[in-house]
Design a protein around this ligand. Structure first.
Ligand code: GDP
Ligand code: IMO
Ligand code: MG
Length: 430
């Protein structure tokens, strides 16, 4: 298959960035199709670290096209900062293309994100405050700005005037201190138009054209499936679809092309922000995972909540995204824990559930049904290059995951670097 999509099977931070970089060397293009600067994908190469927010994580490979497709939301000042950072470190971004249909995160979206979170009080979602919810809301209300608007600055002026009226009326109705000055906003947008114009393109034509020429495309999910706006733990979700099927609508990829889904699963669970987390640990094991796994948010610097692996949730994510292969990450972090637990089901009010629930109330009161495993003491490090070198207990853990999810674990990742990646089977992903 000439195309593959990488999706996170949990609540984000599964290691999508590391694996995208690992596979992108084989690809002709790396495409982000949803989300925005709320994403934080880390790639470590040698002793250098890169934090990707909007630029596709595979762009460190020379010659790989980077595409930010229609379903993404673009934050111009943040994107320009990211582009500058890459250039300073000697990387070219001349092959970065941004869809003219992608929506723009406007400065007032970020202000409103923060203000609305404050108004929610104890019901706050714990968003990244990057303006994602307000931007997607305006897209659906049909008052959004698109990257293509930056190509027509006279039309932009008119549009800013009418949108400013609506947004200012909304802000004063909900009593928040957000006021758009149309002149200032216009000059700001004109500066982005100048800086980004050469990157704006008709990306669906580019993507389908590449597919027709049998080029290899690697799509990169921005967020975990459990944060999907429709299928995740609503309302503690992000504002876009994160499942693999979204590639077709959000990137404008024709359904005539088949695509392989690679699911990234972290060996335990983490979650940033509020929302249900049945396997969360507030004991010394949770502390071990947070410290050894260095579980601090890439985008906001918030400490991630940690817990046991939740295979009941992962099985739901695998079903939703039709996962063909799994990459298991951060297995090394489990070394040194005496007994490991894995959730294989939930019970609510003493009753075992047959399917992953949609009700927030059920999710909040769900008790995990655990399966226990013996842990291992030996450190798993870069010296381990073959699967059979892993401790027997670690292999048992991996093989249970495969059996439960009925999907092969194709890669076991045992460290943050490119080298700490154990392949099982053939080297090609396409
Ligand atoms: P993403 O949002 O899914 O791309 O994940 P993040 O980059 O936000 O968080 C994953 C973190 O774990 C990053 O700092 C990675 O460098 C690191 N990482 C990835 N795979 C492994 C692994 O197998 N072991 C360890 N110890 N760290 C890993
Ligand atoms: P990566 O790319 C973890 C979470 C936020 C919040 C909820 C809504 O690193 O996997 P938003 O700002 O999107 O409106 O916030 O979604 N969230 C993430 N959590 N990793 C992410 O991205 C996330 N992106 C959003 O913490 O709970
Ligand atoms: Mg992340």
């Amino acid at each position: 298959m000439p195309a593959a999509v990488i999706v996170g099977l949990q609540w984000g931070d599964e290691g999508k960035g590391k694996i995208t970089d690992f596979i992108a060397g084989e690809a002709d293009a790396n495409v982000r199709f949803q989300g925005g600067a709320n994403a934080g994908h880390t790639v470590d190469v040698g002793n250098q670290q890169f934090k990707f927010h909007q630029v596709p994580s595979g762009m460190l490979h020379r010659g790989v096209y980077g595409i930010i497709a229609d379903g993404s939301v673009v934050d111009p000042p943040e994107l320009l900062g990211e582009i500058e950072g890459l250039k300073k470190r000697g990387f070219s971004v001349s092959k970065l293309f941004i869809s003219d249909r992608a929506h723009i995160v406007m400065p007032y979206h970020k202000q409103l994100d923060g203000a609305e979170e404050t108004l929610r009080g104890t019901a706050a979602i714990g968003t990244t405050r990057k303006g994602i919810g307000p931007c997607y809301a305006d897209k659906h209300s049909r008052i959004g700005f698109r990257m293509g608007d930056l190509l027509d600055v006279s039309g932009l002026r008119e549009k800013i005037d009418f949108v400013a009226r609506i947004k200012n009326a909304y802000a004063s109705a909900i009593g928040v201190d957000v006021r758009i000055d149309a002149d200032e906003l216009y000059s700001e947008m004109v500066s982005y138009s100048e800086a980004l114009r050469s990157h704006i393109a008709d990306t669906p034509s580019l993507i389908n054209g590449m597919m027709a020429r049998r080029k290899r495309l690697l799509f990169e999910g921005a967020h975990g499936i459990m944060l999907d706006i429709d299928h995740g733990n609503y309302p503690f979700v992000t504002s876009s679809n994160t499942v693999s099927g979204d590639v077709y609508s959000s990137a404008g990829l024709s359904p005539r092309y088949g695509i392989k889904t690679i699911g990234i699963l972290k060996a335990y669970s983490t979650r940033v922000g509020s929302g249900p987390f049945p396997t969360e640990l507030s004991d010394s094991v949770g502390e071990h995972l947070a410290l050894k796994g260095m579980e601090v948010g890439t985008t906001t610097g918030r400490r991630r909540r940690c817990g046991w692996l939740d295979l009941f949730a992962a099985r739901y994510a695998v079903m939703l995204s039709g996962v063909n292969e799994i990459v298991l990450t951060k297995l090394d972090v489990l070394s040194g824990i005496d007994r490991l637990k894995v959730a294989v089901g939930y019970s609510v009010n003493g009753k075992r559930l047959s399917q992953y629930p949609s009700s927030l109330k059920d999710l909040m009161s769900a008790q995990p049904v655990y399966r226990e495993f013996r842990g291992w003491d030996d450190q798993i490090d870069e010296g381990i290059v073959m699967y059979r070198q892993l401790p027997a207990e670690a292999r048992r853990y991996v093989e249970f995951i495969e059996k439960f999810l009925r999907v092969r674990v194709r890669i076991v990742s045992v460290g943050h670097s490119r080298d700490s990646t154990i392949l099982r089977g053939s080297a090609s992903f396409f």
